[in-house]
Design a protein around this ligand. Sequence first.
Ligand code: TNX
Length: 752
Amino acid sequence: MKFRFGLLLLLLFSLKASAVINIVPKPNSLIEGQGSFVFKQGMTIVAPLHSGAASLLENKLGHAAGIHLHPVINDAKAAIILSIDTSFVHAPEGYHMIVNAHHIIIKAATETGLYYGVQTLLQLLPPQIESNELVKATWKVPAVTIADAPAFSYRGIMLDVCRHFLPVDHIKKILDILAMYKINRFHWHLTDDQGWRIQIKRYPKLTQIGATRTDADGKTYSGYYTQDQIKEIVRYAAARHIEVIPEIEMPGHAMAALAAYPQYSCTGGPFKVRTTWGVEKNVYCAGNDSTYAFLSHILDEVCTLFPSPYIHIGGDECPKDRWKQCPKCQARMKEEGLKNEDELQSYFVKRMEKIVEKKGKKIIGWDEILEGGIAPSATIMSWRGEQGGIDAANAGHDVIMTPGSSLYLDHYQGSSLCESVKIGGLTTLQQVYAYHPIPKAISPAMAHHVLGLQGNLWSEYLYTPDEFDYQLFPRALAVAETGWTKLANKNVNDFIRRMDDQQIRLDEHHIDYYVPMPEGNLNYMEFTDSLRLPFTTNRPVRVLYSMDGSTPTAHSETYTAPILITKTTTLKLRSILPQGKMSAVRTIHLTKVKPLAAVSMKTPQTGLRMRYTLQGNYRNVAQLQTVKDWKDTVVTNVNDFFKLLPEEQAGGGAIFTGYILIAKDNIYKITCLADQLFIDNKLIINNDGRMKKNAPTDISLPLKAGYHVIKVILVNRTSGGVPSSWIDARPFVQPYEAIDNESLKAISTFYE
Ligand code: TNX
């Protein structure tokens, strides 16, 4: 009995603790005390002159609580004391905090430490402290003693504003949130093939031409920051203790610049700002001295705008095709005794390193700058896994870890069947959290070269600013905790628990973050008798659903067990968080059918009939009706479709007709990225008008054994920056119970 009572006490104690303390990143030492501190009107505060930390606290209390603190000078009895005390706290970003019923005392070695102390204090208040409007609440903080300092000095987020642009106000909104979580670096990816986004006064065409592209649908897309706006962002970030590191890409990812100044390419152009994603072959000419002068002049202006000691010069994904053909590049290799084009890239980077050093800064580069020999003072950002980082750190270079599999925030964060189209990959909140920036392969003596980590948000598939938020949050919080909290203090379940409180804080900032979706099954399913559909979520959240086509609300049925379907149904599901925020709605179309019967075929031959045109810019299936110059042929292997046109060249369209052979009566899963797929004259998959990447339109379909008529319509169009390719026309068919994307094989096709 006694034993049980003890357990109960323990349980109550842990419930009490967990109900109150939700801080992210988790402090490295926190001891709970007795009682709490209640904020009251006119309470006194002592702080260093012009302390931004004190203003942060005063503003938040003023806006959300309507409580106005009374600043006093040097009063040891003040209710709230913020003080710089280097004898007590040593870590430059660390802080010490005591909260009891009478006082809040925060000490730090720097203003940054005080600022972080206040951010922690705000997270001890109810989450509505982040509101911009008055909220009724008891503004109290539990008694605690905290001693805290970060595990890593570099805790970064990268935003790609080239593929898609973010307005100044939206960047500020994101910086507000990053500061709450003690992120201290904003890596600003400002130039790329698809857009040049920073005003350079000496080269006005960089933004006059390079900041605008004409997408495949004929619409122009543009945006750039004036130098005044850049300064404003740098100041805004600095006030939040965030250093802004600009990236100017070279020698690759330079198409927007070359569209404006083609004389710095190998061929001389002309070029257009690139409209599709991927890797561009036209790059800066490494054999032309004027290229280096051009880049040096650009960096002159960049260096004055950004106080950071670093300039990121890119260096990733630079194809060597043009250099191999370029007389100037080849002559340069001869003069300098360079064995191959990798060494020419290394020559390029080392030359830029010297230029940047003369301007008083150091370079950061993506891990490709290791190829052909690393520049002596370069810091490496390891993105193609960890190997680049491991090699660089072991060779005594500083390293920032940002491996794609764990820290690419452009990846899916849940099943691709439930999300809008993303670049690919799956990196859940838990996967980000599980990352540790010091791989075992770095020798302990060199581990200090790992400065920290960074989450990268590439924006190819982020068509609106809200989609940036959706991808960033809450995963940026996992980056923040991994950067701040010592490995031994991290715990994924406790982190997930703290999300409930943190998400309310994000709500107050009007951030539409990712909410786990009901995963499992396909979005289109045809069945013969009945189905039992199980759903899961990748974090514990409640799922609501309806079966009458209505949008689920907080009052809808809660999912508890697999859902039984016996008739044609539109099933709608969505998740709901404890504070009431709901996810997007997932709609599943369930149709009760008779299996499609086979047709007879006398003389089957391998292949499909193909009616096609390579000309014309068609946007949808209906427009193909206007084609006049159809050609007819037979393709014997569906895997050969792509040989018709170079992969990234859009134009024209095709209609394939023939038969597929189904081995036995069964339910099959069918995948096709063409615009339309018909089986036995029935429209089975319809991608008309949507982006043709990944496959939320996959369907399950009962088919009888034997031959079935198929027709595939492909409009060879680029949409959303994704070029379609003839190979998209391949249909994949496999037994439904054996769903495994890895083993997708195009089905054999026949014609008569
Ligand atoms: C690779 S990461 C790139 C970017 C793309 C990204 C998409 C890196 C240094 N280069 O240009 O946007 O993949 O995930």
